[in-house]
Design a binder for this molecule. Structure first.
Ligand code: CTP
Ligand code: MG
Length: 251
């Protein structure tokens, strides 16, 4: 028997970890490089294990979407989850992030009605960001995307480097993950997006919120965290390692 954290909602978390990490240029896929002795995917799983919903330990299904050949490493990560609370499924990813999300959605059991999609490349995203996203989806019924405000001045430039003008940053956020949706809305949007896959100019979405919005879904912003920073280039690994050290010292 699974303990019931909330009688009305059943949570699925998809961690997309199937990218190759070309910009990072490491010897292995990005999700499996280590920061402070644990892989990026392991950091994410450790956070999922500590999640709470409505003050109670969260439970549900965790889907790990990984590159071909990385299933054994993903099963090691799965072992670290509390199996009384999390059913863990490992699936192989697709050619792009959207296809990996679709494969993750395809692995969800029938009882799942709320879905969070998270980048393994954001390994230090704190549990409270996940919790804000789940709460927002449950309370509003629309999608939720975590994001942080922009502190730098924003300039629009043209192709030859001329600054055309300054842009208003007060109405902009930097979007992060996990992004949360009702399962039905996310599945329908990704299904429709798949039909447009041969027309990339029609759908330029780089995240799930954009896919959902392209097909008319509503999405709201919740506060993200600087710790949800994404590993893209080698310097990001150094930055996150330093941030982790500082956040551990101050907690
Ligand atoms: N991702 C995925 N499947 C893909 C591509 C990306 O699951 N086919 C995941 C990545 O593993 C990552 C997240 O989507 O956790 C964000 O993608 P990105 O930062 O672009 O990672 P990579 O695609 O691995 O990096 P790059 O674009 O530099 O190759
Ligand atoms: Mg990529």
């Amino acid at each position: 028997m699974h303990p019931v954290a909330h009688p009305l909602f059943s949570l699925g978390i998809i961690i997309v970890a199937a990218g190759r990490g070309e910009r990072l240029g490491a010897a292995k896929p990005k999700a499996f490089i280590e920061i402070a002795g644990a892989s990026l995917l392991q950091h994410c799983a450790t956070t999922v294990n500590t999640l709470k919903v409505s003050g109670q330990p969260a439970h549900g299904q965790l889907v790990l979407v990984v590159p071909e050949g990385q299933a054994p490493a993903a099963f090691d990560v799965a072992e670290s989850l509390d199996r009384d609370r999390w059913q863990v499924t490992v699936v192989t990813g697709g050619r792009d992030r959207h296809e990996s999300v679709r494969k993750g959605l395809g692995a969800l059991g029938p009882s799942i009605d709320t879905v969070l999609v998270h980048d393994a490349a954001r390994p230090l995203t704190p549990a409270d960001v996940f919790e804000r996203v789940v709460t927002a989806v449950h309370e509003t019924g629309v999608g939720a995307v975590p994001g942080i405000r922009i502190v730098d001045s924003l300039k629009r430039v043209d192709a030859d480097g001329t600054v055309i003008r300054s842009e208003d940053r007060d109405s902009l956020i930097r979007a992060q993950t996990p992004q949360g949706f009702s399962r039905r809305v996310l599945e329908e949007a990704h299904h429709s997006a798949a039909l447009l896959a041969s027309h990339p100019e029609v759908l330029t979405a780089t995240d799930d919120a954009a896919v959902v919005q392209h097909f008319g879904g509503r999405v709201r912003w919740v506060e993200g965290s600087p710790l949800a920073h994404k590993v893209t280039e080698p310097d990001d690994v150094l930055l996150l390692a330093a941030m982790r050290t500082v956040s551990e010292q101050s907690s």
